[in-house]
Design a protein around this ligand. Sequence first.
Ligand SMILES: Cc1cc2nc3c(=O)[nH]c(=O)nc-3n(C[C@H](O)[C@H](O)[C@H](O)COP(=O)(O)OP(=O)(O)OC[C@H]3O[C@@H](n4cnc5c(N)ncnc54)[C@H](O)[C@@H]3O)c2cc1C
Length: 411
Amino acid sequence: MVDRLVVIGASHAGCRLAFAAREEGFEGEVVLIGAETAPPYQRPPLSKGYLKGSVPLAALRLKSDAAFAEARITLRLGTTVTAIDRAAKEVVLAGGERLAYSKLALTTGARVRRLSVPGADLDGVLHMRDLADADALAAAAKAGRRAVVVGGGFIGLEAAASLRGLGLDVAVIEAEPRLSARVFPPRLSEWLRDLHEAHGVTVRLGAQVVEIVGRDGRVAGVRLADGTKVSCDLVVVGIGVIPADDLARDAGLAVDRGVLVDASGLTADPDVAAAGDCARHPNPWAPRPGAPIVLESVQNAADQARVAAAALFGRPTVHDAVPWFWSDQYDAKIQMAGLPDPDDEILLRGDPASGRFSLLHLRDGRLAAVDSVGWPQDHMAARRLLATRPVVDRARVETHTGPLADLCSPG
Ligand SMILES: Cc1cc2nc3c(=O)[nH]c(=O)nc-3n(C[C@H](O)[C@H](O)[C@H](O)COP(=O)(O)OP(=O)(O)OC[C@H]3O[C@@H](n4cnc5c(N)ncnc54)[C@H](O)[C@@H]3O)c2cc1C
């Protein structure tokens, strides 16, 4: 019988899982299969330094060839898995080859959500998920002068900041009444809007794109629901992602906008795990603790992959790491720890005008999440402190500028 771990998807989660299998003492074969042709790379810089040209391609590599060789991980790039045959314990590759597995991991990530309006397929309508997308956007930015970014979430706003840095005129079109409304409290949305407007970006809120207008097959502008046309040479669509769960669904595994896994990262089939952007898992940090959620972050991909590898090889643990995330826009570093709930009580610490402040989220009177801008010490402290769900000394939050820990007690 074959003794082989097959990992489908060679990115943040897949790489971590493959290496973690070795850390778990697995001595069999490890095959990491990825549809992309580039060696596994870091995705976050794509909309930041790589797009701006300040971070070279070589710096994106997740692991060197030597590291893969040393860990005896076979990389099969430019290779797409088209099906999983769980009865035979084989994966089917494009072209028909079948590869047997004893353990299987799904780390297939997510795909971009596309606009469904007339003109969405025109030349110059671009997305931002992988290296090819980033290269296409960088090339379009060189040739263009005016960009419209559809979507005021992280990806859209990072792309807007980078394109602005490259000298383009940029307009951000957001359907919600404020920026990044899904993840940020109003105070931070307002601060972000000010930040982008101060850099010369036009921000249009509550605006719906109803058509991408073309000329000679190329994008020439976008039309909004109120009839306004915003002219541009390129459109970046950043309206979210969809978990890549079709392989799992077709293989008879349970999916619900993501592959359903337990707290250890296993599906209902004990030989099949899933991790990263494709996996919906019960998370103790969710606003409703333990609710199944998909977390789209590098930290989640890495931590969940490590836990999933342990479970596959007989050492089930629980994926309960404090979630954290970051976004770089212009010179601002925005860092989040914990998961927000729209009903959180928000306390402001520091001065937004200074570019150094934190928003403390209180839930049931206890610290549940912290958003920090230009205050990495607060972010690092929050990641540590949140694990204990401390009580916050409200009376001192506004005035105390020392360590966050000084404001927290077990309560
Ligand atoms: C532009 C951008 C900026 C980001 N910035 C940040 C940030 O600042 N901080 C942060 O924490 N997170 C950020 N993220 C999110 C983070 O990159 C993702 O959460 C992370 O990449 C998830 O890793 P993953 O391995 O689960 O999935 P992915 O990175 O999506 O990788 C999945 C891989 O699986 C491959 N695949 C899929 N199906 C198959 C198949 N059938 N056969 C073979 N291969 C397959 C795909 O080609 C892909 O390479 C950013 C994402 C993007 C796109």
